[in-house]
Design a binder for this molecule. Structure first.
Ligand code: ATP
Length: 248
């Protein structure tokens, strides 16, 4: 059984039929990349999994850990172990780096409720020390206001903050490399690789095909709301026909 499974998912924004039968799987421990050019439906896929509205998933099924999560609200999806780093970073720009990390910590009461509901024993997400080890630059800048960080540093803070959530089994990132200089892309991708090596499964949405396929085990290519290709990262790298679906 796969950790995440989408089966023939159709999603709509009002009358616009955007996802047209998306089926894909992510196995535990994998890094899977979802590729495709602007408007292909990548964010819509992520939002469909996350239970965000819009879009509306009108047919098909999404399973996580063997449970049907198709109709769950975002809060319950997160509670089940899926965490999302959105495209827009949504940081508190007037607060410091450390305050941003502190804020995202779930209160003890909330966590106790979650534990009772889903019967977990692991009480929390990553500690500040663990996150500073993963992103040393955040420790150097912990007193600095988030709004004054560079784009790359903000992306790192956004990822770090998400990892404060308890019980992250699947981390979904929406174009973490967007707008970043190549060297910074490498730093962010290396951090994602470390997160995966520590046991978190990753679904990575990217337009930066090269960076994504260096990291991923497998990939899916989305075009006009349908999966047009799937394969191992190596197969995707060697498939010339894919260029038509991947140019921005
Ligand atoms: P990008 O890299 O540009 O974000 P994407 O592959 O993530 O591309 P989506 O954002 O999923 O693409 O968009 C897929 C289609 O759905 C596009 O045609 C877009 O215009 C449309 N769409 C996205 N959000 C909405 C919305 N809130 N209401 C209506 N249509 C939307």
């Amino acid at each position: 059984m796969s950790l995440l499974e989408l089966e023939d998912v159709h999603s709509y924004y009002g009358h616009s039929h955007i996802l047209r039968g998306v089926s894909m799987e992510v196995e535990e421990g994998e890094i899977v990349s979802l590729l495709g050019r602007n408007g292909a439906g990548k964010t819509t896929t992520l939002r469909s999994i996350a239970g965000a509205e819009p879009p509306e998933v009108r047919s098909g099924h999404i399973q996580f850990n063997g449970t049907d999560i198709t109709d769950l609200e975002t809060e319950d999806v997160i509670m089940s172990g899926i965490a999302i780093v959105p495209e827009e970073r949504r940081l508190f720009s007037n607060l410091t780096v450390e305050e941003n990390l502190e804020l995202s910590r779930i209160s003890q009461n909330t966590w106790n409720t979650i534990r009772r509901k889903i019967g977990l024993s692991d009480p929390s997400g990553k500690s500040l020390d663990e996150l500073y080890e993963l992103f040393p630059v955040l420790e150097e800048r912990k007193e600095q206001q988030a709004g004054t960080l560079s784009g790359g540093e903000q992306q790192m803070l956004s990822i770090a903050r998400t990892l404060r959530l308890p019980n992250v089994e699947l981390l979904m990132l929406d174009e973490p490399s967007e707008g970043l200089a190549p060297q910074i892309v490498e730093t962010v991708m290396n951090a994602i690789e470390t997160i995966a090596a520590e046991g978190t499964t990753v679904l990575l949405i990217e337009q930066n095909v090269q960076a994504a396929l260096e990291l991923a085990d497998r990939g899916y290519v989305l075009d006009m709301g349908s999966i047009v290709y799937e394969g191992t990262a190596e197969e995707l790298r060697n498939e010339d026909d894919l260029d038509q679906y991947l140019t921005v």
